[in-house]
Design a protein around this ligand. Sequence first.
Ligand code: HEC
Length: 222
Amino acid sequence: MANGRAGFWRGVLWVILLEVLAGLGFYLFVSLGGLPMTADAQPGALETWAAHVSMHGWLGHHVPHVPDTVAVNDQTLMHGAALYQANCAVCHGGANYAPSELRNGVYPGAPQFVHVNQEGHGEHHGGHHGHKGPDDFGYYIIKHGIRFTGMPAWKYSMSDDDIWSVVNFMQNMDHLPPDVQAAWQKMPMSPIAPQPASMQMNSTPSGGSGSPTASSSGSPAK
Ligand code: HEC
């Protein structure tokens, strides 16, 4: 009996000792630079797996079904196009169907959303969830961003209506009304992204309901 109890406590001590050693080992590994921390490092299989599983687990349990508050019409599509072009095209590709040069500068790379709808130009990666364009997943992701990636949370700079305008625009970007499509093509893009020679940097979006920068309608979302 006494022997058994002593054995039990010896076992507990061993477990604690091993855990401390494992913790120390991990600390040494990390503090000595074992984990590559640059954006261009390729993560290992375990990290990739963990990121995917937690992303899907999180999305599966936390995305509320929120109704789209913005009607889809030429005016709101134009507004969404201006917001997209000013804030998103730099990473996700713009109106000229050229993939963003920054797409590979973040890890994981930014999916290119601009659909192939003009003579096979451009590329579209479809996103992780097999969605054509974002809906309430998109709304949630745009609002809150994606941890450990380059995808920012836009809730500090965009109102809910702005976010829905972008979502609606993205869902319709491959079959826009001709006037919206034409206006989108002329909108200035971030200077980092590729520009066709014909595109004027000083052209302003025609139509639309306000400035292309964020927070142009209503107060920022909570
Ligand atoms: C600094 C670069 C950057 C900017 C700017 C940016 N994003 Fe992203 N975005 C990313 C990256 C990187 C991912 C992919 C993250 C991942 O693989 O989990 C992403 C993912 C997404 C996704 C999820 C795609 C999917 O199905 O996996 C949506 C939707 C999205 N972005 C929309 C937007 C919108 C709308 C804007 C502008 C308001 C925007 N992003 C601006 C980098 C950016």
